[in-house]
Design a protein around this ligand. Sequence first.
Ligand code: FAD
Ligand code: NAD
Ligand code: ISD
Length: 427
Amino acid sequence: MGRAFVYVILGGGVGAGYAALEFTRRGVSDGELCIISEEPVAPYERPALSKGFLLPEAPARLPSFHTCVGANDEKLTSKWYKDHGIELVLGTRVKSVDVRRKTLLSSTGETISYKFLIIATGARALKLEEFGVEGSDAENVCYLRDLSDANRLATVIQSSSNGNAVVIGGGYIGMECAASLVINKINVTMVFPEAHCMARLFTPKIASVYEDYYRAKGVKFVKGTVLSSFEFDSNKKVTAVNLKDGNQLPADLVVVGIGIRPNTSLFEGQLTIEKGGIKVNSKMQSSDSSVYAIGDVATFPVKIFGEMRRLEHVDSARKSARHAVSAIMEPEKTGEFDYLPFFYSRVFAFSWQFYGDPVGEVVHFGEYEDGKSFGAYWVKKGHLVGSFLEGGSKEDYETISKATKLKPAVTDMEELGSEGLGFAQTI
Ligand code: FAD
Ligand code: NAD
Ligand code: ISD
């Protein structure tokens, strides 16, 4: 038994939601589009899970953050999909895909066939077990990737007030969760192997601004080491974490954010994989012409760098989704995906944005003071390639984004530093 659709989106996260809206705008007919998702709810804005969702007062809850509110667009509830004739198959894992036959097999045993498939399976959180540490299935050890993880974390937070949390990892999840835990009156220690937080993007100078602020809020940093094992009580709850450097930290709650792996396994041996993701061209089309990939799982040509990249950020999921739908529905009118990488975060009252590539020589501008902005430029082979700004206005962010996209020549790094935001304003 099976059903047939013209378009199938595999995965029901950010990319799927933005693709669905684009399909309706370009005119999809009733019964042509199906979305299959392991999650039990319609696509939502995943970034809310480490921010508004964890607040102690008036936390964000569905349906308030369904896609596409994160881009100030329509809010697509389950009713919206029904009203637009889109089949939303929720709580259903796809077990296998036969790319040659153009069919998917679901965990309920249903076969679904497609003319065009969009892979939007995102990624999974890396587990401590993959680094040789056992016991991360304890009830007070939390990962954060989807709504069920966020619900569990929110519950553990509630029962840990004034207690101790250990946050493993100094990346996005670590920094955003640590801030949320502090707001929930929990004592936080962050543990990570690098010399400073957000090592993939921040310079030591940028990191020091955030770390100093976190310290002032009571956060302790243990750097240059990793977790080696857990201590448990008789209920198998974690009571402490042991570190490779020999220290032990008491813990009522552990949050783990040690990176992700894209969900490519259904396609290994069927599609070309590159840099850990499904390789697509500038139309988001994979090595099989009927199959497209978007979001965290796609490795695509980033024209401005002349390189294949896989990005793990919401703006790229949203825009690659729209581009794939455009390429499927209007191939002749769809040009190359010309994307400028954009990352952002919000913690406490901070808010920063980054555009481009954090490579080459760096120059900082401005100093952190309450209410003032500061930033940095990255320059490679004499051209601006990356821009970071904390505390900017909407116009300031547009300015650095536009300037970075144009890759202007930079002749004098010192002058660039003293011009600061003014440099981008003159481009
Ligand atoms: P996802 O949104 O992860 O969706 C993948 C979907 O596929 C899920 O619904 C999953 O259940 C489903 N799926 C996977 N395999 C199967 C299968 N076999 N069968 C059925 N369904 C399947 N980025 C930013 O730029 N800014 C932020 O502030 C930010 N905050 C974040 C906060 C958190 C807590 C997290 C986890 C991520 C955050 N990100 C942020 C990253 C951003 O959310 C992702 O880049 C984005 O969600 C990627 O979209 P996607 O559609 O590719 O994948
Ligand atoms: P990440 O890649 O940002 O950070 C991983 C961190 O794990 C590293 O900084 C390192 O400190 C740490 N680490 C690596 N191996 C370790 C080990 N063995 N022990 C201890 N620490 C170790 O990944 P993440 O923070 O887990 O975030 C997961 C995903 O969610 C990423 O794709 C990220 O882009 C996304 N996300 C993005 C945002 C945002 O853009 N604002 C917010 C939240 C999550
Ligand atoms: O981009 C985002 C983001 O950072 C969120 O928190 O989308 C969500 C929405 O703003 C939902 O509240």
